[in-house]
Design a binder for this molecule. Structure first.
Ligand code: TYM
Length: 331
């Protein structure tokens, strides 16, 4: 079975609709016919300043959301990145075959560092995509299920894998991005030309663990467009198009059917149905997350088992890498 690997940062306590539709929902589906490895990437979450006390909680809440979203720790490998030291070890080796300019061309780095300024931009943020490449390459990953915003990082991963292979001998599988077409990019409900993002707090962000009342309110006050027809038109009706995408994904209803169903009806009706479809999934999801968090010891032991399984794969990969690079074996 082909292998998939993916991860999310525990930067906020809650995942948002984009994380869910662009990633988590696909991850759960992929378990049926893939050997799946899913990671809470805590090492990535300290690149831009963080609160140590919140970190611990956020790591558990993120893991609980994976489980509530359908990740089955008996079928898949679910673990926390910092529990598997091979990630940082491989990242160092890869950083030594990554060009400075090459890393500097990563658009996520350029955007984030431009926002915070050179003095408060960390070296960790700069080398972030190299650590991401290590995550993926340690597991001989065939496919990486992510949203559109991660495409460039997967491309860098492929380049580094190919470069390592040609310099040191065939070692890594070149991974393919696996990006769901319909939900690759969910937009902010207040600014439907911008991606929904954890780092842009505001009422256009729908967090899965937010109270159902707030979620409903935010959906109902989503920015729509001029005109009255409920039809997909990404250019002229980005707000309505985003809502249709969300309704289609949550309600398992094709976009064309939605357009037909809403013929002669307005935006208000659309928002009502979007809110209902989202809450149908989100309310039981929240209940499950809270149950899981009621027993942190059990959650931690699930994660410890996952880390042991992950190391069984990551350890041998790193050993091969060290040997190929020419490091002396400790005996
Ligand atoms: P992160 O934590 O920012 O996002 C987690 C996943 O959610 C997707 N996503 C979206 N999809 C659709 N619409 C949106 N508005 C939206 N916002 C976020 C992201 O594409 C991602 O799939 N660098 C990664 C974490 C990472 C990783 C990895 C991923 C670290 N190592 C190895 C894959 C493989 C990140 O910051 O994701």
């Amino acid at each position: 079975r082909p292998r998939v690997f993916s991860g999310m940062q525990p930067t906020n306590a809650s995942l948002h609709l984009g994380n869910y539709l662009g990633a988590l929902r696909e991850w759960a589906r992929l378990q049926d016919d893939h050997d799946a490895v899913y990671c809470v990437v805590d090492l990535h979450a300290i690149t831009a300043g963080h609160d140590p006390e919140q970190m611990l909680h956020r790591t558990r809440v993120t893991a609980a959301q994976y489980l509530a979203g359908g990740i089955d720790p008996d079928r898949s490998t679910l673990f926390v990145q910092s529990h598997v030291p091979e990630h940082t070890q491989l990242a160092w080796v890869l950083s030594c075959i990554t060009g400075f300019g090459e890393a500097g061309r990563m658009t996520q780095f350029k955007d984030k560092s431009a926002r915070s300024g050179t003095e408060s931009t960390t070296v960790g943020l700069f080398t972030y995509p190299v650590l991401q490449a290590a995550d993926i390459l340690l597991y001989n990953t065939d496919r990486v299920p992510v949203g559109e915003d991660q495409r460039q990082h997967i491309e860098l991963t492929r380049n580094l894998a190919g470069r390592f292979n040609s310099r040191f001998g065939d070692t890594f599988v070149l991974p393919e991005p696996y990006i769901p077409e319909a939900t690759a990019k969910i937009y902010d409900l207040q600014d439907p030309t911008a991606k929904m993002s954890k780092s842009v707090a505001g009422s256009g962000l729908i967090e899965l663990l937010e109270s159902p009342k707030t979620i409903e309110k935010r959906i109902k006050s989503a920015v729509t467009d001029t005109g009255r027809e409920v039809v997909v038109d990404a250019e002229n009706k980005p707000g309505v198009t985003n809502l249709i995408t969300i309704l289609s994904a949550f309600g398992d209803r094709p976009v064309e059917r939605i357009e037909q169903d809403f013929a002669g009806r307005g935006y208000g009706d659309l928002k009502k149905e979007v809110a209902a479809a989202v809450l149908d999934i989100v309310v039981p999801f929240q209940r499950r997350v809270h149950e899981l968090l009621d027993d942190p010891a059990e959650l931690d032991s699930v994660l410890a088992r996952g880390a042991a399984k992950a190391r069984d794969v990551a350890g041998p990969t790193l050993e091969t890498v060290y040997r190929r690079v020419g490091f002396l074996t400790a005996r």
